[in-house]
Design a binder for this molecule. Structure first.
Ligand code: FAD
Length: 412
């Protein structure tokens, strides 16, 4: 691998969906870009394996869809919700105006590896694993680079633009002193796996019972299970003991009751502390935040990855030319926020509505039979209404399209 450059045109901190997509698109457009990822590989525990129809559409626009769909995945054409005994399709992707009318369930590391492999085709792409950005380098009020630590010790990289794509606990946005607005969430999620067996239902679904919400994602050989609990109550769940936890899982998925012993200890159960927030301002001279670093999304609808990727596409569309021509201004960064803030706000507003109307009321319910909320009953009564949530989840508000060119020659 060529050595680490000491100066690039754009330095992206964070090799998640936002950072890898931006790095790939900029390198493809002939910009010298370096992506810093603090982990040694993309092989991390579950953090969402959903590739949305809008992302698949981008793959098509990039001429990569066929190859991408050869990566092993499951196809999810509908989202099913079960309230008490009533099962309903709350989102039906089969009518979307996209080439792929399903969510592809694919391990996130396969998706990121795919982007890394394709990024490496371009001479301007440099991905540095085990390189953690720790501080911003500033000069006269402008961010001009990043300091970090890598396997071989501390390093510095100068860049015309630093992009913070370092996730919802972004170090760089904190170093930049950008103001985060906390929007609140009533729940946390306990994630774990159980194996699937012949005869199990095929559908990915959410189960709502009085006081309990349970999400089951069909991941082929296993179920990825999300046990939604009231915010801050993980310690209470642990205190009640593993047997009590296994018993409540068995009650929620009776077909897998024989497998709950696969949860061998609390190490098998990962806590996702849900946070919903957004930055008031996503940029400073020389710095732009995108993805979770700009807005952590609620897990409602599972749209965090989609928004992160859409931010990356919008940023690449707006910034590739000014970056290539060395005339990037803070106004360009403001325009990226302008483009993506509205979809973020609308999506978070809808998520907060579902949090209040469905999650809080379900978790707060003590006993009795749960019936679907009025909104959900409406979706079921008029089947075509299920296309609206499908559109919001599968495509999102203001979908982005690839406007960056492919430039094969080495960047200047
Ligand atoms: C348990 C769980 C389940 C989820 N399920 C879903 C789902 O089903 N669908 C969905 O759409 N979303 C889901 N999400 C949310 C989704 O993962 C995020 O919204 C999405 O990954 C955001 O992408 P990102 O690139 O902005 O940030 P991230 O994916 O968080 O990526 C940030 C990257 O930056 C790296 N990094 C962090 N700090 C530094 C640093 N200082 N220097 C260098 N690198 C750094 C991290 O290692 C990481 O690779 C889930 C999240 C979790 C935690």
């Amino acid at each position: 691998m060529p050595g680490r450059p000491s100066a690039v045109t754009c330095c992206v901190a964070g090799g998640g969906p936002a950072g890898m997509m931006l790095g790939f698109l900029l390198a493809r457009a002939g910009v010298r870009v370096m992506v810093l990822e603090k982990h040694a590989d993309f092989l991390r525990d579950f953090r969402g394996d959903t590739i949305h129809p809008s992302t698949l559409e981008l793959m098509h626009e990039l001429g990569l869809l066929e190859e991408f769909l050869r990566v092993p995945h499951q196809e999810m054409p509908r989202l099913i919700a079960q309230f008490g005994d009533t099962s309903l399709a709350v989102a039906d992707f089969t009518h979307l105006p996209t080439r792929c009318k399903f969510i592809a369930m694919m391990p996130q590391w396969d998706f990121l590896d795919f982007l890394a492999r394709h990024g490496a085709r371009y001479p301007g792409f440099h991905l540095e694993m085990r390189a953690e950005a720790t501080a911003l380098i500033e000069e006269a009020g402008r961010v001009i680079g990043v300091r970090g630590t890598a396997a071989d010790g501390p390093f510095e990289v100068r860049a015309d633009l630093v992009v913070a794509a370092d996730g919802r606990s972004s170090v760089l946005r904190e170093r930049a002193g950008l103001h985060v607005e906390d929007l609140g969430a009533p729940m946390d999620v306990l994630w774990f796996r159980l194996s699937r067996a012949p005869g199990d239902p095929a559908a990915t679904m959410g189960r709502f019972d009085a006081g309990r919400i349970f999400v089951l994602l069909n991941r082929g050989p296993h179920w990825q299970c999300g046990y939604v609990i009231p915010k801050g109550s993980a310690e209470d769940v642990r205190r009640r003991g593993l047997d009590a936890f296994r018993a409540s899982v068995a009650a929620l998925m009776p077909f897998a009751a024989d497998r709950v012993a696969e949860i061998r200890g609390w190490d098998d159960v990962k806590l996702l502390t849900v946070r919903v927030d957004r930055l008031r301002q996503w940029y400073r001279p020389g710095l732009l935040c995108i993805g979770d670093a700009a807005h952590a999304m609620s897990p409602v609808g599972g749209v965090g990855i989609n928004l992160a990727i859409q931010d990356a596409v919008a940023a690449a569309n707006r910034l590739w030319l000014p970056l290539r021509e060395g005339r990037l201004t803070t106004e360009d960064l403001r325009q990226v926020q302008r483009r993506r803030e509205w979809p973020t706000r609308v999506t978070q507003w809808l998520q907060l509505l579902v949090q209040r109307r469905v999650i809080t009321t379900t978790l707060g319910r003590r006993g009795g039979r749960l019936t679907p909320p009025r909104l959900v009953r409406l979706l079921a009564r008029f089947g075509s209404l299920a296309r609206i949530p499908a559109r919001l989840v599968g495509v999102g508000v203001r979908p982005e399209h690839v406007e960056t060119p492919e430039r094969a020659e080495a960047p200047v």
